[in-house]
Design a protein around this ligand. Structure first.
Ligand code: UTP
Length: 288
């Protein structure tokens, strides 16, 4: 069965972006001129996903509005004859079909995924954490979907991190099942450096079988009262084969101010209309 639906949890508070996230959802913050969340939507569409379920909260109207039509703006651009911008706005709107569902209380990532259960139904689905921006030839989620189709089990994305940083991530223990693929034995959330079973950290892309919902129902809220997706995946590993794939591509953590800045600079250096100027300016700053 192919994967055509994706869940994008975007209901978190985004405290690392305070003060701006008090009024602008972090998913709407721009990489130059494009909201961070659009990167996930473009990646989904490229991989053949047709329906996206956005999990939002009270002050995320801007994210929902972004994918809605703006008749006034379209009329304005039409009047000005700005065909290029008009076409781009319409292209973004047509990438996927978007449904939004409210997570009424921010009870954690696992709870956010569970909130989408009715809209996902009984089929495998993708999960994107929009903070993780992946720039790659083959869309990151398509790299997971290829493993899912071959192995018929849930798949998580991982990337190697320096040993000194493992305690910031969920880390996998697994056996090698292919060049970049592992079969999981367990997941360890934020291990101490000396206890980490590997340096392969989980990042925000998943393809999950619908049995994850049963596991999420079973998970007890953890120390800070949150329902963790990691705990449910640990439960799933005991029932079904679960895999991890080492992603190919450049990774940016746009969930922190510095990560967003790096993603923005990298994007600017890819754009011919600004790369030369930026490079020149950066060289000057770095010399000074
Ligand atoms: P984070 O751990 O990054 O939390 O959530 P956050 O609230 O977004 O940001 P900080 O840490 O306060 O700065 C990981 C993902 O899970 C979603 C977030 O929107 C993000 O995509 N999430 C988290 C929810 O949708 N609901 C929750 O209750 C918690």
């Amino acid at each position: 069965m192919s994967v055509t639906k994706a869940v994008i949890p975007a209901a978190g508070w985004g405290t690392r972006f305070l003060p701006v996230s008090k009024v602008v959802p972090k998913e709407a913050l721009p990489i130059i001129d494009t909201p961070v969340i659009q990167y996930a939507i473009e990646e989904a569409a490229k991989a053949g996903i047709t329906q996206v379920i956005l999990v939002t909260s009270q002050n995320k109207r801007a994210v929902e509005d972004y994918f809605d039509r703006s008749h006034e703006l379209e009329a304005l651009l039409e009047g000005k004859g700005d065909e290029k911008r008009l076409a781009e706005m319409r292209r973004v709107m047509g990438l996927v079909e978007i449904h939004a569902v409210r997570q009424r209380q921010q009870l954690g990532l696992g709870h956010a995924v569970l909130t989408a259960r009715r809209l996902v139904g009984n089929e495998p689905f993708a999960v994107f954490l929009p903070d993780d921006v992946v720039v790659s030839k083959k869309p990151a989620i398509a790299q997971l979907m290829a493993v899912f189709e071959r192995r018929k089990g849930s798949v998580l994305a991982v990337t190697p991190v320096p040993e000194s940083e493992v305690s910031r991530y969920g880390v996998i223990e697994g056996t090698k099942a292919g060049a970049r693929t592992y079969r999981l034995k367990r997941l360890v959330e934020k291990p101490r450096r000396e206890d980490a079973p590997s340096n392969l950290a989980v990042i925000g892309r998943y393809v999950l079988t619908p049995e994850i919902f049963e596991e999420l129902e079973r998970v007890k809220p953890g120390a800070i009262g949150e329902i963790q997706l990691t705990d449910a995946i640990d439960g799933l590993i005991k029932r079904q084969p679960v895999f991890a794939v080492e992603l190919e591509g450049e990774l940016y953590d746009a969930g922190t101010p510095l990560g967003l800045l790096k993603a923005s600079v990298a994007e600017a250096l890819r754009r011919p209309e600004m790369a030369g100027d930026l490079r020149h300016w950066l060289r000057g700053r770095l010399r000074g």
